[in-house]
Design a protein around this ligand. Structure first.
Ligand code: DAT
Ligand code: MG
Length: 169
């Protein structure tokens, strides 16, 4: 009974938990992890003022990755993409903030690193489209789908970000 009541309160708190803005899904790909870029990438999002609400290192299954990239299933590189993404651990994250989907995509750069400006993650750290270090959701809709594919609701932490007062009007 006590557990049920506590669970209900936790559930209420979870749904009431809504900081500013929206959420997006980000993954540091196996090449980013192998090249020790995890700290550098997280540092950029933190300094920007985005709020980290979910984070884990995992070896993603091919099944998960096939689903994650389902929209690209007819592209010739689909199998290679799934192989590469499952070739080592990835760091899966959820970030929150005002216009965070767009902001993160801007900070990541273009799909092709050669077209990514210096100062962006792909512009600074990679050269080939097939090893482009990082994934970020491309819309609020895909962010919602990807977050629920990669994270269980209880893995997303609702916490008061004291910097919020200095970031938002
Ligand atoms: P993005 O990751 O910028 O959202 P996307 O969704 O079009 O790009 O493609 C997903 C990933 O697939 C991309 O990060 C790298 C890979 N990819 C895209 N185009 C490719 C190509 N022409 N050759 C090889 N890999 C490609
Ligand atoms: Mg994409």
């Amino acid at each position: 009974m006590i557990c049920l009541v506590l669970g209900l309160f936790a559930g209420l708190f979870q749904t009431a938990c809504s900081g500013p803005g929206e959420r997006t899904f980000v993954a540091i790909k196996p090449d980013g992890v192998q090249r020790h870029l995890v700290g550098e990438i997280i540092r950029r999002f933190e300094r920007k003022g985005l709020q980290l609400v979910g984070l884990k290192l995992l070896q993603a299954s091919e099944e998960l990755l096939r689903e994650h990239y389902i929209a690209l299933r007819d592209r010739p590189f689909y199998s290679r993409l799934v192989q590469y993404m499952s070739s080592g651990p990835v760091v899966a994250m959820v970030w929150q903030g005002l216009d965070v989907v767009k902001t993160v995509r801007t900070m990541i750069g273009e799909t092709n690193p050669a077209e990514s400006l210096p100062g962006t993650i792909r512009g600074d750290f990679c050269v080939e489209v097939s090893k482009n270090v990082i994934h970020g959701s491309d819309s609020a809709e895909s962010a919602g789908q990807e977050i629920s594919l990669w994270f269980r609701p209880e893995e997303l932490i609702c916490w008061e970000d004291t910097a919020e007062h200095w970031l938002y009007a």
